[in-house]
Ligand binder design. Structure first.
Ligand SMILES: O=C1C[C@@H](O)[C@H](O)[C@@H](O)C1=O
Ligand code: CO
Length: 296
């Protein structure tokens, strides 16, 4: 159990957002990587605007930064696993070339993540048959990840068919632990279930990647009252970096250490960069981690 076993990253999502490409569109890769160095993180995840592996590797090497992983939207339930597997092969090949540890997978069949629907009430539910299709498909994708020296980490996510603890339970029960791991995202499970520790305590043995996303409670409540969609909720400021919201990350961190967690913890706080200065918020996170988790 040691601090050194954890690598600390910060996601590009505070600078540029793949779901709304207009926001922060002038923030370049150099700008992002420079800010990551200034705020003292070990690396990042790959954003949609990142270049080919050779170009990226040079930029990383010059700054001594690493890549943790990259998001992949699967549509196994809607389109079948063959189509997903083809795209996932390419995804994993890219990740292998940039030395990543994990491939982040989110099942986006019938997802309302990008739609103007009430994210607090209108999420999709999978049928028993769809669950079978999803879980066996994920095992197939997990084999592909393993062949590339990566771990498939499944991202439970607001507005999708795998959002609540109950749904994560079902997914974990029906997938092979050697092929499908879990990405624990504090912010998504808190907005979904209003608590974040039960999921971690229950599934710690499957957790192979972590997103530290903080939540501003009062904004979450307002967004819920107004029936906002996911994208509008984050544009309102529902999410922020650790130290600026209402979650207690000391509890989470203690649990990770207790179980000898070895892997990445990535700060991930989508906000509008025109409102929340990305470097300013990276430094808020840095100060919180240093004062409350790493040097206590
Ligand atoms: O890991 C993530 C990636 C984003 O694209 C997503 O919308 C965000 O909420 C998240 O947690
Ligand atoms: Co996340």
């Amino acid at each position: 159990m040691s601090h050194q076993d954890i690598q600390w990253g910060i996601a590009p999502i505070g600078w540029r957002n793949d779901d709304i490409p207009e926001i922060g569109k002038d923030n370049t890769l150099s700008h992002l990587l420079g800010d990551i160095c200034i705020s003292g993180f070990d690396g990042t995840e790959v954003g949609g605007f990142f270049p080919e592996p050779d170009v990226l590797n040079k930029e990383l090497r010059l700054r001594n930064l690493k890549i943790a992983g990259k998001w992949f939207s699967s549509f196994i339930v809607q389109d079948g696993v063959e189509k997903a597997a083809k795209a996932f092969q390419e995804h994993c090949a890219y990740l292998q070339k940039v030395g990543a540890a994990v491939a982040v997978v989110s099942e986006q069949s019938y997802s309302i993540q990008k739609l103007k629907k009430n994210v607090f009430e209108e999420k999709p539910e999978f049928t028993d048959q769809e669950w079978d299709k999803l879980t066996s498909g994920l095992n197939t994708l997990g084999e592909i990840a393993n062949e590339h020296g990566l771990k498939l980490v499944f991202h439970h996510h607001m507005g999708t068919g795998v959002q609540t603890l109950e749904e994560v339970d079902r997914l974990m029960e029906r997938t092979d632990p050697a092929k499908v791991h879990l990405l624990y995202d504090t912010g998504h499970i808190y907005v979904s279930d209003e608590e974040y520790m039960p999921l971690l305590r229950k599934h710690m043995d499957r957790v192979a990647h972590v997103h530290f996303k903080d939540v501003r409670n009062h904004i979450m409540k307002e967004c819920e009252k107004d029936g906002k969609c996911f994208l509008d909720s984050f544009l309102e400021g529902m999410f922020t970096v650790p130290g600026d919201g209402d979650l207690d990350f000391t509890e989470v961190y203690d649990e990770l250490l207790k179980h000898d967690y070895k892997g990445w913890v990535v700060i991930e706080a989508e906000q509008d960069p025109a409102i929340a200065h990305p470097l300013e918020y990276a430094l808020i996170a840095r100060e919180y981690l240093d004062n409350n988790l790493l040097n206590k």
